[in-house]
Every structure is written in structure tokens, then in C-alpha cells.
Design a protein around this ligand. Structure first.
Ligand code: AMP
Length: 192
């Protein structure tokens, strides 16, 4: 089980990733969580990342790739994984491809969470995270449009993208997601 959870900030990727990682017993790798822990712990990564995160900007690809490379070196990654909030740029997606080849890991399926802008803004402002002020929320959505949105086409072309309607409450989204994976699995089997 190798998955990328892709979607705008506030789409519920983290909630779904944590439910499913627990159910499937695979690591849930959230670059946002790793960065927040590094910032709180004032590690060298945290010190380099914190102004970017606070401004709602992306942390430079080189820093993100270093932390992902290190994480892929851990033995628990062999069972499968869910990547949440990574990749977020085309350069990260290409670097991930190289990493997977190097670690002899299969290419993941990508779940894209589609949510209306109105719901995204409401959810982000409701969770009250430090980087969820009105100004950073707006900036994070802009950055998503310019830097992350192109990944939808990138993975669509590979025919590994499944779109999930993320506008519903979390438990309904989990059900839709699992049902979509089953349908996808059986259509892949039918093609063999
Ligand atoms: P998230 O919790 O996924 O919304 O991430 C919070 C913040 O961490 C983002 O607004 C970025 O500043 C930073 N961040 C998380 N993941 C990445 C990534 N893959 N590339 C660059 N910056 C990231």
C-alpha cells in the first residue's frame, strides 16, 4: 500500500491519512507535521523552515527532499506508506520518482481530495492552527494553485489518480475513499 494524498490545504488529507494509516498499519508521513515538530523543537530544519511556514510559503525543495530521503531510509517504510502533503511541487514529484527507484519501491497511487474553496477556508479558519490566519490561508491557497495544482495532471497522465469528493464529513469521506479503492482494484484486475 503506497499512497500519495494530494489536495489543497484544509482538504482533510491529514484526517483521512491518519485514519487509514492506523487501519492499514502503515506509516503516515506528513511533511507539515514533521516541520511543525522541528519548528517546536528548534532543530536546524525547524530554524530553516519556520519563516516559510509562518508566511504560508513552501519550504525549499532541497530541505523537504532531505527530510523525505531520511524518512525513506527507515525500516518501517517497507510495509507501505501514506504521503500526506508531499509532493507539493513538480520538482518534489520528480525527486520522489528517483528516490522510489533507488529504494526499489513501487510507484504510489494518488488520491486527490477535491473540496470547494468556501469549505477549505472555513475548515482552515476553524482549526485555528498558528499558520491558519486569514492572510496565510489566502497565501497558502495561492501557492497551492501555482505550485501544487500541476501535480494533478502529472499523476493523471500516469493513470494513477483517483479523485475523491472531500466536501463531506470525515467518516463519509473515509467510506467513499475505501469504496473508490475497491472499484479501482477490481477494474485493474479486470484489465489483466
Ligand atoms: P500542511 O500541514 O501540509 O498544510 O503544511 C504546513 C506548511 O508546511 C505548509 O504551508 C508549508 O509551509 C510547509 N510544507 C509542508 N509540506 C511541504 C512540502 N511538501 N513542500 C514545501 N513545504 C511544505
Amino acid at each position: 500500500m503506497q499512497f500519495i494524498f494530494l489536495g489543497p490545504p484544509g482538504a482533510g488529507k491529514g484526517t483521512q491519512a491518519s485514519i487509514l494509516a492506523d487501519r492499514w498499519q502503515v506509516p503516515h508521513i506528513s511533511t507539515g507535521d514533521i516541520l511543525r515538530a522541528a519548528i517546536a523543537g528548534k532543530t536546524s530544519l525547524g530554524i530553516q523552515a519556520h519563516t516559510h511556514v509562518e508566511a504560508g510559503e513552501l519550504v525549499p525543495d532541497l530541505l523537504i527532499m532531505a527530510l523525505i530521503r531520511e524518512r525513506f531510509g527507515e525500516p518501517d517504510m517497507k510495509r507501505g506508506w501514506i504521503l500526506d502533503g508531499f509532493p507539493r511541487t513538480l520538482a518534489q514529484a520528480q525527486a520522489l520518482d528517483e528516490l522510489l527507484t533507488r529504494f526499489r519501491q513501487p510507484h504510489p497511487q494518488t488520491l486527490y481530495f477535491e473540496v470547494s474553496t468556501e469549505n477549505l477556508v472555513a475548515r482552515m479558519l476553524a482549526r485555528g492552527r498558528q499558520d491558519d490566519t486569514a492572510a496565510t490561508v489566502r497565501r497558502r491557497l495561492e501557492v497551492y494553485q501555482t505550485d501544487t495544482l500541476p501535480l494533478i495532471d502529472f499523476y493523471k497522465k500516469r493513470e494513477c489518480l483517483i479523485t475523491i469528493d472531500g466536501n463531506h464529513p470525515a467518516d463519509a469521506v473515509t467510506q467513499t475513499l475505501q469504496a473508490s479503492l475497491l472499484v479501482n482494484q477490481s477494474s485493474q484486475l479486470a484489465r489483466v
